[in-house]
Design a protein around this ligand. Structure first.
Ligand code: AMP
Ligand code: MG
Length: 485
């Protein structure tokens, strides 16, 4: 296949297929660009993947573009209505309070991607908000989305990070930023919930048809298309949650409006990566009850799918919804087990695998060994048979059983090591690392660049950047992250 050549920004062809389908969901809006905009970072690989010439990023017109200050024709600025369950309570009107969709562009392969500015000012859905995003949360979203992508976890992405001189009022005064987000689709469970709860059933059907035609095209002409669609959403969501659990990612705000219909990680807020395994870990300090604690995530995934199912009742029978929802926990368990076995270097299946995995998780929870470092070190263990963790009885027991279990594998140590180093990251986005990037964004932006580099290739060794693999230094140990962003 011959690829189309890379293009300049002004040559991009914008479409907005979804607007033609859904007449009530989208509203035209105007952006409010930031004052004195500075382009802090661009994801160059993503820029090229989208079919845009690298040199474009250095031009003033690029900075204007990612600031929502357009000097060429094409994009239609819109924001959408959605509702959703926030912390278990239904909120009938949420919507893109600070997100503006510019439309879709087609990359060199002919695939469509939506572009969305987050933080570009007020929209009709801003409610009491200011339509802005602060630098702090924007840096976190920018880094995290590129990082999850590199970890093989489905996610929306971010093309650029820009800040301005505008003040934003949160718990204290902060500076405003805009992230240009990229995704095949920004559709959320909340979009379907909104149309169902407002009784717009024809619109709902049109939206589901649109979703199937564009993102689940294999079911396009199938008589059971709606059931097959829901089955896929359940499957993708279960697999996404299993990937989060296996890497130790805690989303923080799993409201149904923060659930992507494509099973992508979306809306990064007070998320966090676990240091050590703790099922009760709550990364959002506003989540007093721990509804979205690390260990609750898989159950919340199902609860959220049940709410989506409820919204699809006019298209799918109760029995089919129920049957489909019942598949969630098996899909989740199979995927989680597969991922944990990969982390341990196991290719074979033996009867005692479940027990072994449980013993491993118990040991990690009891000893509070750093989760990421443990698996990374295990990926080197097979060569020198040494480990740096304190030899507690749990650790000694683990290694005795691990040796015995490895003896059942056919692969050589080298094969396993190679495989394990590709699934056990050396670098993860620990909160303190994001914090250092945030504290230095203006005076030392090269720190952000360095951090970006290790996070987008987290399985590489990067010996000269080794320090970014370390657990939090004392002064950052007990940082908490708030919902305000
Ligand atoms: P979130 O917790 O970020 O998922 O946001 C929940 C809802 O509040 C969504 O409808 C957001 O668009 C909206 N929202 C959050 N922050 C702001 C803000 N600063 N201005 C306007 N709307 C916001
Ligand atoms: Mg949200």
């Amino acid at each position: 296949m011959t690829l189309k050549p890379l293009v300049k920004l002004a040559e991009l062809n914008f479409t907005n297929r979804i607007i033609n389908y859904s007449t009530t969901l989208f509203t035209k809006v105007q952006s409010t660009p930031l004052t004195n905009p500075v382009c802090l970072h661009v994801n160059c690989d993503l820029l090229n993947f989208l079919g845009i010439e690298s040199s474009e990023k250095n031009k003033p017109s690029f900075t204007r573009f990612i600031n929502g200050d357009l000097d060429f024709e094409g994009p239609t600025f819109v924001s959408s209505s959605y509702s959703g369950h926030q912390f278990g309570h239904y909120v009938p009107r949420l919507g893109d309070g600070r997100a503006i969709m510019l439309g879709e562009i087609q990359n060199q392969n002919g695939d469509f991607f939506e572009l969305q500015l987050k933080g570009a000012g007020l929209t009709p859905f801003s409610r009491s908000g200011d339509g802005r995003a602060v630098v702090r949360s924007s840096v976190r979203e920018y880094l995290a989305s590129a990082h999850l992508k590199a970890l093989g976890i489905p996610t929306t992405e971010a093309l650029s990070l820009l800040y301005g001189s505008d003040d934003v009022y949160r718990e204290e005064i902060e500076k405003a930023a805009i992230v240009l987000r990229v995704s095949e689709s920004f559709l959320r469970f909340g979009h379907y919930q909104y149309l169902a709860h407002t009784d717009q059933l024809l619109e709902l059907k049109a939206l589901v048809d649109f979703t199937i035609d564009h993102y689940f095209a294999e079911f396009k002409d199938h008589p059971n298309r709606y059931i097959l669609f829901f089955q896929s959403v359940v499957k993708n969501t279960a697999k996404l949650f299993a990937k989060w659990q296996a890497v130790g990612f805690c989303h923080g705000v799993l409201n149904t409006d923060n659930m992507s219909i494509l099973g992508l990680t979306i809306d990064y807020g007070p998320f966090g990566f676990l240091d050590s395994l703790d099922q009760d870990h709550i990364c959002n300090h506003s989540d007093h009850e721990g509804r979205y604690s690390f260990g609750n995530q898989p159950a919340i995934g199902l609860w959220n799918l049940e709410q989506l199912g409820e919204a699809l009742k006019s298209l799918i029978t109760d029995a089919d919804l129920k049957r489909t929802l019942e598949t969630y926990s098996t899909i989740f368990k199979v995927e989680y087990k597969r991922l944990l076995k990969n982390k341990l270097g196991f290719n074979k299946s033996v009867d005692s695998d479940d027990e072994f995995l449980q013993m491993t998780l118990n040991m990690l929870a009891m000893t509070q060994i750093d989760y990421t470092q443990f698996f990374r070190e295990l990926s080197h263990y097979q060569i020198n048979k040494k480990y740096s963790f304190a030899s507690t009885p749990e650790v000694v027991n683990f290694f005795t059983q691990y040796e015995a279990r490895l003896a059942l594998e056919d692969s050589t140590s080298i094969e396993r090591l190679t495989q394990m180093l590709c699934v056990n990251p050396k670098f993860i986005l620990r909160n303190y690392i994001a914090q250092i990037a945030i504290e230095n964004y203006e005076k030392s932006p090269e720190i952000l660049d360095q951090i970006f580099k290790v996070l987008v290739s987290p399985y590489e060794e990067w010996p000269e950047l080794n320090h970014w693999s370390f657990p939090a230094p004392d002064q950052y140990k007990f940082m908490t992250v708030s919902c305000s962003s």
